[in-house]
Write a new protein. Structure first.
Length: 780
């Protein structure tokens, strides 16, 4: 990916070789070579890893759940694709669903790549292109994804540009393949989905390691400080700036302005979604208010005096919501302008005056430094003007509820089918308890209000019914630590690969939960108690914090932040997800000594067969969540989503009864052997949290497990299955290879089950497993 790095022009000079005039010398990239040889796939194109993708897709065949039976993308349509019908271009239902999945993943990857590009360009402008990368303590493998995919070792901000340019070019090519009359195979669309996911994780890594290196974020610190989270962390008597989105740069300049002018204690700064995570990473005094689902909830509380939005996961009606409480809106990204006038070049004092006097409802300001000054000055002047603003009060609920027609449109519109009508009926007679009970399960989408023929502010009514509780909400969350240190990988690599640490559980994604965020904390604690390594990011990391035990402690206060058995690791924001998959990559490289540089297939094969990692995006809702998940699939890491995740339109499910699907090479002998369905699925939607918990335990099993490791994993799977289903799992015989695999305390039960199933010891092999024939060391 060469670019001009040096241009030298000489008018005239003479030497022993002669006289030279108008000599121009251009030097492109000077590529560093180091001791590790370049692998087979540097900067892979769309088809480079297609064969690996097809190996996975032959095991995990797409299972489609169409949202719509039609294709409406071109003017030949609408085309009915039901049954065996084809569209005017020849596309099938399977092809159309896979194309939509690819489009979603391209959108997600593009969002992260654009974030990385904006971040990288800004940081180079501010700190210089030669600013060194300093990602984590005790770490030499600073960028596992970039090394693995691109085959380069970045040392400065400028070195990241080649990798990011590659990502951008590949996304364009993937998007081109979705045009009408292009790809004719649904499986090739799925391979492209995997490619988009791989690119996404490179973009994530670039975005996070650049900001970690120069903004002073924690550098892989297991003892990163605890920060406050919740409505109650904000002092409503002070001017308050609310920041929303995923780009922390405007928030950084707000904090810097407050610090430079001695105002930090006089003005509150709090954030929603991933900007909040990164705000607390920059300064632990930054307040994390909550996840994306709290956006409408917090704005309507009336606490913010100024709302600052950057990009991604912002309500598109945020301007309307800000206007309802009389707060100006400042947009800071070209991705999210909200129809506001561009005031980037204007004098800050004039902008502040126009906002405070309500001449404009908000302003687009694309200079982060100017955002810092304008936001602080506006908040300080707006606070006294808004002092008399009052949100909906509990005593007003009865009168509003009287207007309810009891038509039930709100219930039909609610994605979780919450009993809003029952709550309204109770509020009508003076009992707000039922409304208050909706608070935790509400995802904050506001669809109930859009559906209401009486225009009742249902979200505000739920808030008002819970106002006393909301005011006291205060939780502790560990600040996002970023990368996993190399030394931590060395200490746990063996135990993970051999199965003695049962697994690595990643809780990631959005806040579209079927029954509230408490389920995420429940999943986390279940597996922390079982000595899994639990890592978290984004809105899921916030949800984990929002439960307390009898002593008032959150999970972050109860469990250490180490990457080891029983550790709870918050890596940070959405872009920090690269460190989770990066840890799996580093296990293959640091523990197993597998070559990393441009060696994607071998590393993915190692992870798939040996590293018991599972991702759970219980509240996944966005295209970014889809692209993050698809990056896990290409590495062979299974992902579980909640019931709303079925709306991604297709799963990747294994067929455990088909022995031929579960054959691998024994790298020691070259023989093809049966290893059982481990892991059984690559992408799975669970209907209940109990089903998800059981499936997590099941999907940690890998062909390489030692007998001790398999026994540990089976003990968790059997115990959880019995707890929630009241019986032994019916498929134990597919995971027990020898008698030594059977958990000692369950031996009698399990043996009886195995005998009934006709189990034969040794039928399931314990090889040195690989899907890649080229890795066979000895031919039969």
């Amino acid at each position: 990916m060469p670019k001009k790095d040096l241009s030298l022009r000489i008018g005239e000079f003479s030497s022993s070789l002669g006289v030279f005039k108008d000599l121009e010398i251009q030097v492109g990239r000077i590529l560093e070579e180091w001791e590790e040889a370049t692998g087979p796939t540097p900067f892979p194109e769309i088809a480079t890893l297609r064969e690996w993708d097809m190996k996975l897709l032959s095991r995990y065949k797409p299972f489609y759940m169409p949202f719509c039976d039609l294709c409406c993308l071109c003017t030949f349509g609408k085309c009915d694709l039901t049954g065996d019908k084809r569209g005017a271009c020849g596309i099938t239902m399977a092809g159309q669903q896979s194309r939509i999945v690819l489009l979603a993943c391209c959108i997600g990857a593009a969002a992260h790549a654009q974030h990385a590009r904006m971040m990288l360009n800004h940081l180079i402008e501010e700190y210089g292109r030669d600013a060194p990368l300093n990602v984590a303590l005790n770490t030499n493998v600073e960028a596992p994804h970039i090394r693995l995919v691109c085959g380069i070792r970045p040392k400065t901000l400028h070195d990241l540009d080649d990798a990011l340019t590659y990502v951008e070019e590949q996304i364009v090519q993937l998007l081109a393949s979705t045009h009408t009359g292009q790809e004719g195979s649904n499986l090739d669309y799925e391979s492209k989905v995997f490619h988009a996911g791989m690119l996404d994780h490179v973009a994530l890594e670039i975005a996070d390691i650049s900001q970690i290196s120069v903004l002073g974020f924690p550098k892989g610190d297991p003892e990163a400080p605890l920060a406050d989270l919740g409505f109650g962390v904000v002092d409503p008597s002070k001017p308050m700036i609310l920041v929303i989105g995923h780009n922390v740069l405007p928030s950084v300049d707000i904090v810097d302005y407050l610090m430079d002018h001695g105002l930090f204690g006089e003005v509150e700064v709090g954030g929603l979604c991933c900007t909040a995570h990164d705000l607390s990473r920059y300064d632990k005094r930054g307040k994390i208010i909550g996840p994306i689902s709290w956006e409408m909830r917090f704005i309507r509380s009336g606490i913010p005096d100024v709302v600052v939005v950057d990009k991604q996961c912002i309500r598109t009606d945020v301007l309307l919501e800000a206007q309802k409480i009389g707060a100006p809106l400042i947009a800071t990204s070209e991705m999210s302008c909200h129809g506001l006038p561009d005031r980037t070049q204007d004098d800050p004092e004039r902008i502040v005056e126009d906002l405070v006097k309500a001449r404009i409802p908000g302003a687009l300001i694309l200079d982060p430094r100017k955002v810092g000054e304008v936001a602080v000055k506006t908040a300080m002047k707006m606070a006294p003007k808004r002092a008399n603003f009052k949100a909906l009060m509990p005593e007003e609920l009865g009168g509003l509820a009287q207007r309810c027609r009891r038509c039930g449109e709100c219930v039909r519109a609610c994605p979780n089918n919450l009993p809003i009508l029952d709550a309204m009926n109770a509020a009508r007679i003076g009992d707000p308890t039922f409304l208050s009970n909706l608070y935790d399960a509400c995802v904050g989408c506001g669809r109930c209000e859009s559906a209401c023929p009486e225009d009742l502010p249902i979200m505000s009514m739920i808030n008002a019914s819970s106002s006393r509780r909301i005011a006291e909400e205060r939780f502790k969350i560990r600040v996002g630590r970023g990368a996993i240190q190399d030394v931590e990988i060395r200490e746990v690599g063996r135990a993970i690969v051999f199965g003695e640490i049962p697994g690595v559980l990643a809780l990631v994604g959005c806040a579209n939960y079927p029954e509230g965020g408490a389920d995420v904390a429940r999943i986390a604690e279940e597996f922390l108690k079982r000595r899994f390594i639990v890592v978290a990011s984004g809105c899921a990391a916030m949800a984990i914090a929002m439960t307390k035990d009898e002593e008032g402690l959150s999970l972050y206060e109860k469990y250490p932040g180490i990457f080891d058995a029983g550790g709870l690791v918050n890596v940070g924001s959405c872009v920090s997800n690269a460190h989770i998959t990066g840890a799996a990559i580093k296990i293959a490289n640091i523990f197993a000594k597998r070559p990393l540089r441009a060696n994607y297939e071998e590393i993915a094969d190692y992870i798939y067969n040996r590293v018991g990692a599972v991702g759970v995006a219980w509240g996944a809702m966005s295209q970014k969540a889809a692209s993050i998940a698809s990056g896990c699939w290409r590495l062979g890491i299974p992902v579980i989503v909640g019931p709303h995740g079925s709306k991604y339109r297709r799963m990747l499910l294994g067929r455990k009864e088909r022995m031929e699907d579960w054959m691998v090479y024994d790298a020691r002998t070259g023989e093809r052997v049966y290893v059982g369905p481990a892991p059984e699925h690559l992408f799975y939607a669970a209907e209940t949290v109990e089903e998800a918990i059981v499936m997590i335990a099941k999907l940690t099993m890998r062909p390489n497990d030692t007998s001790k490791g398999r026994a540990v994993k089976l003990s968790h799977y059997i115990d959880l299955y019995q707890r929630y289903y009241g019986e032994l799992p019916p498929d134990i015989h597919l995971f027990v290879r020898t008698n030594a695999d059977i958990p000692f305390t369950m031996r009698d039960q399990v043996m009886a089950n195995l005998e009934k199933a006709g189990w034969v010891e040794g039928k399931i092999a314990s090889p040195d497993p690989t899907l890649l024939e080229r890795l066979v060391r000895r031919r039969p």
